[in-house]
Ligand binder design. Structure first.
Ligand SMILES: Cc1cc2nc3c(=O)[nH]c(=O)nc-3n(C[C@H](O)[C@H](O)[C@H](O)COP(=O)(O)OP(=O)(O)OC[C@H]3O[C@@H](n4cnc5c(N)ncnc54)[C@H](O)[C@@H]3O)c2cc1C
Length: 516
């Protein structure tokens, strides 16, 4: 059943414990560091009931569910999921990476192949299916924490010694369930979610099996605390000064568990490092969630392109050939990303059980593209902005002072733009290019799927190396040593005109090996 925004906000008032430094936050829906982001999420829930909201839900057996819980069985289903994420990204300008459709994709994709979970025991296959149904029915917002602290990872991949650090692990188990203690690296949007997916997606060193648990816990579980980084929303001056910061700070929290009890039906893998990772890659979980990441990134690119265009127009430089060329470069990058999203649908694969999935190789390639180009795109928009962004008054209070307002309006206006319009444009640009919020986004876009070498490894794993090797072997085997084509030009014969040899040129049968 579809929740409303009000239902969603009510659900956040559940006694969860969140720390900002030494301050305990009692209610994220009212706290000045979190309340507007909570409302932005609530807006996503309400949007489903508004005209144009049909992309956000699907109807099955007379009941409506969030479209990100749709298990795709056709190309149309994949397109529906894409449109759903595109709508969410449009409502958040691509600023909320872990909106409900991200980890919603995890549980949906995982439950499409429960047999992978059954490798750990039949009950885990039942657990993933049951939990998926539960999330869909309760319209759950899931966040996730799947990266262990650095010191616990596999030395073969990371080149550093594994160390005993307080990484989240299973410390006890009984007939009712398990007990977990320790910490997990960042869980974006956990402060605003209904459930937290705890897992392990990175190679762990042998001996760290007790840290490979995958389970789902509510943020208000006794013993669980969330430790937030600085909430930028709290420091937003006004909506006009910090539009994105004031609305879309999705927050990042370290998850700390102190003897948190998890019933067995919420456990998905245990004691198996390889299986704890395989559930993401051998099911569509990673692909469904990270298709969303590409769609969201495209929306953000669109915004940055819009800013670049308006800024250059405002500065009167849009017609300068070199500037137009820079805009063309950005336009080409945007087109590449759009193409890679379409390519994930075009190249979709058939799965057991009648399901389909986006093209995994193209999905990882799109993420790699995204991680590698975000800095460059932002740097280009900054470059085009020159010093204009810092030429603006400190904040919107300049408009309230009868002395400063008329002066500002007279001096900052240009023939093409009023001072106020210019002020708004450059403040908006600086909020995503130069603020604290912007700095966090630079880091997010680089690391949300792990460092670049990990993303490359994913792309390589999904690449059709066998087909590529077969093609090169076909080409190599299509010809071999044979008569010289031009004996007169052969190495070591002293050159010469070669006229006689050309006259005797043997015909070569055309080969199509390269095209097969
Ligand atoms: C803003 C933000 C939000 C996040 N949100 C979430 C979330 O919601 N859920 C979640 O589970 N996680 C989240 N993460 C965590 C993310 O998964 C990790 O940051 C990511 O996996 C990278 O791990 P790391 O930070 O430990 O970096 P490391 O793996 O320690 O890498 C640090 C640097 O060392 C380099 N390096 C290390 N080893 C090698 C090697 N063998 N070869 C080459 N280079 C190497 C890397 O390339 C990188 O430059 C988030 C991170 C950020 C920054």
């Amino acid at each position: 059943m579809l929740k409303t925004g009000a239902d969603y906000l009510e659900g956040l008032r559940d006694g969860r414990v969140l720390y900002v430094g030494g301050e305990r936050v009692d209610d994220v829906t009212t706290h000045p560091g979190f309340r507007n982001a909570a409302r932005s999420y609530a807006r996503l829930y309400d949007a489903r009931f508004e005209p144009g909201g049909e992309d956000l839900w699907v109807e099955e057996d007379g009941e409506r569910f969030a479209a990100y819980f749709l298990q795709p069985r056709s190309r149309e289903d994949l397109e529906k999921r894409t449109r759903c994420s595109a709508r969410i990204a449009a409502l958040t300008h691509g600023m909320m990476g872990r909106s409900p459709d991200f980890v919603g994709g995890y549980i949906t994709g995982a439950a499409m192949q429960p047999e992978v979970f059954a490798r750990g025991g039949d009950r885990f296959a039942e657990n993933v299916t049951g939990f998926y149904q539960d999330c869909r029915r309760r319209d759950v917002f899931l966040s996730h924490a799947v990266a262990p602290p650095q010191g616990t990872r596999d030395k073969a991949m990371y080149g550093r010694e594994a160390a005993r650090v307080p990484s989240l692990s299973v410390v006890a188990r009984d007939a009712d369930g398990i007990t977990i203690s320790g910490m997990k690296m960042l869980a974006t949007s956990a402060a605003f979610s209904d459930e937290i997916w705890i897992g392990n997606i990175l190679p762990l060193a042998a001996g760290h099996e007790d840290e490979s648990v995958t389970c789902i816990v509510p943020p208000n579980a006794p013993g669980l605390t969330l430790w937030s980084r600085k909430p930028y929303e709290r420091y937003a001056v006004s909506e006009f000064d910090n539009y994105f910061t004031s609305h879309f700070d999705e927050s990042d929290c370290v998850v700390v568990c102190e003897n948190v009890k998890v019933p067995w039906h919420r456990v998905l893998t245990i004691d198996d490092i390889a299986l704890s990772r395989a559930i993401y890659f051998e099911t569509p979980a990673h692909t469904l969630s990270n298709h969303q990441a590409g769609v969201r990134y495209r929306e953000k690119m669109r915004l940055l392109l819009g800013l670049a265009r308006r800024i250059t127009q405002s500065m009167g430089i849009a017609g300068v050939p070199a500037v137009a060329d820079d805009l063309g470069h950005l336009a080409a990058l945007y087109g590449m990303m759009s193409g890679m999203i379409a390519g994930q649908i075009q190249g979709h694969e058939q799965l057991p059980g009648g399901f389909v999935n986006y093209d995994r190789h193209v999905m990882y390639s799109a993420i790699y593209f995204a991680t590698q180009h975000y800095d460059e795109i932002c740097a280009k928009v900054r470059e085009l902005s020159g010093g204009s962004v810092l030429q603006m008054p400190a904040d919107v209070s300049v408009l309230e002072n009868p002395v400063t307002r008329p002066l500002f309006e007279a001096l900052w206006s240009t023939p093409q733009q009023s001072a106020l319009d210019k002020f708004q444009l450059f403040k908006l640009a600086w909020d995503i290019l130069g603020s604290d919020f912007a700095g966090r986004h630079l880091q997010y876009e680089r690391f949300y799927m792990g460092p670049a070498f990990v993303v490359r490894a994913h792309a390589s794993r999904e690449c059709d190396w066998a087909g590529i090797e077969a093609d090169i072997d076909t080409l190599l085997s299509s010809y071999g040593p044979g008569p010289l084509l031009n004996p007169g030009m052969a190495a070591g014969d002293g050159g010469g005109s070669g006229k006689e040899a050309q006259a005797a040129l043997p015909a070569i049968a055309p080969t199509t090996a390269w095209a097969t």
